[in-house]
Structure formats: structure tokens, C-alpha cells
Design a protein around this ligand. Structure first.
Ligand code: SAM
Length: 206
């Protein structure tokens, strides 16, 4: 049994719902996981309030035992190919019909904000006021914290295609972001397959 399964058992959790890369936004009743402690001078997070410190690329959890995986503003921290690998990896951890929920910036909405220029919302940074579209292309480039760097910003159609190719069914793809910036960010909910597809042997038996 993995450390995460044991944590769920010890805490009487009836479901294993993982909030990966939780930062300063833990969710009650979920298992909040992050791999980086909060450091002074981190201007992008309010904290790192994890239940378990672990790298989300190597989760100690039994396959097909996770009900939900949530990633809020996390996947843009990985290069494209690594996210593709992660989609496959998460699918092996999810139960049949388990859900993957992702909120992150949409490349094309960020472009729209950049093109709006001064009319678009800005945030204050140590580098001065920064356009809320522009902030997403490279992430935090002022705190010298590698885990705050953005490495790839997905377009919503590109991301939902990647989910489909990885074997998920996309249940929702919208810009009704719940945690960060509505309109700029995508909120995507996808479901793992109900069961492993039948192989040639299973078909001959049927
Ligand atoms: C932009 S923050 C988002 C935090 C939080 N989900 C939120 O919406 O406020 C990205 C988070 O991903 C975490 N992170 C980055 N790489 C990680 C990894 N390999 N394993 C676990 N957490 C990681 C960082 O430590 C950081 O807390």
C-alpha cells in the first residue's frame, strides 16, 4: 500500500482526492500534495500547506485507487512532453471513471490580453506592473525559484485533444475558472475510461 493510500486510511477518507501542487490553497477533505516548502521572497504563493510532501511525477499510491486528481495552475510548470507523460501516468492512478480536473491559463486567452495592452488587467510584480496574459508565458521570473517558472502554456483545444489521445473522455472544457482568472484560464474536467479496453483474447472469449 502506498503512503497516500495509508494517509487516506489513517484519516478516514472515503475517497482519495488529490490536490497536486496545492501551494497555499489546500482543500479540506482532499489530500493536498506539494514538493516545495514555502520560502521567504516567494511572490507567487501564499504558502505551501501540504499534507504530504511529494513529487507529483512520482506519487506513492497504488494504481487505480484515486478518485479525483486536481491540478490548479500546475501543468504550465512542465514542458509539453512531460505533461503528455503525466496525463498517461495519472490515468494509471485513477479508478475507472475517476476524474482529472485541470485549471490553467489558455494560451489564446493570454494572447488576447497581451494584445489588449494597457486596457487588460495587470498585476504588480517586482519587475513592475505586468499584463495578466504576459505573466503566464514565463511565470515568475523574478524570485529565482525554479518551481515558479512556466515552461509551456497550452491552448484549450490542444489540451483537450491531448486528453482524448491519452484515453480520457472530456466532460467539460470552459473558461469558467474557479480559482484564478475567469476568462483567461481554462477549466477542464476529464474522465478516465470505465475499464481497460478488451484485448484480442478477451474478444475471442466473448
Ligand atoms: C503556481 S503554484 C499553484 C499553487 C496552487 N495550486 C494555487 O492554485 O494557488 C504551482 C505549484 O506547483 C508546485 N509544484 C511544482 N512542481 C511540482 C512537483 N514536481 N511536484 C509537486 N508540486 C510541484 C509548486 O510548488 C507550486 O506550489
Amino acid at each position: 500500500m502506498g503512503i497516500i493510500n495509508q494517509y487516506a486510511l489513517d484519516n478516514g477518507l472515503s475517497e482519495i482526492n488529490l490536490n497536486l501542487g496545492c501551494g497555499g490553497r489546500p482543500i479540506t477533505g482532499w489530500i493536498n500534495i506539494d514538493n516545495y516548502d514555502y520560502q521567504d521572497g516567494d511572490h507567487s504563493r501564499s504558502g505551501s500547506d501540504y499534507d504530504i510532501k511529494m513529487d507529483l511525477r512520482q506519487l506513492d499510491v497504488a494504481p487505480a485507487t484515486v478518485d479525483k486528481i486536481l491540478l490548479v495552475h500546475v501543468l504550465e510548470h512542465f514542458v509539453r512532453w512531460e505533461t503528455l507523460d503525466l496525463l498517461q501516468y495519472f490515468r494509471t492512478l485513477l479508478r475507472p471513471k475517476g476524474q482529472l480536473i485541470v485549471e490553467m491559463p489558455d494560451f489564446w486567452k493570454c494572447i488576447e490580453l497581451v494584445l489588449r495592452g494597457k486596457d487588460a488587467p495587470h498585476m504588480s510584480t517586482p519587475l513592475g506592473p505586468m499584463n495578466m496574459g504576459m505573466t503566464q508565458f514565463y511565470g515568475n521570473q523574478w524570485d529565482r525559484l525554479d518551481y515558479e517558472t512556466h515552461r509551456y502554456v497550452w491552448g484549450i483545444d490542444e489540451f483537450t485533444s491531448a486528453l482524448t489521445e491519452a484515453g480520457y473522455a472530456v466532460l467539460l472544457a470552459s473558461h469558467e475558472a474557479q480559482w484564478h482568472l475567469k476568462g483567461r484560464d481554462m477549466l477542464v474536467v476529464a474522465e478516465a475510461p470505465s475499464a481497460t479496453a478488451a484485448g484480442p483474447l478477451d474478444k475471442s472469449i466473448a
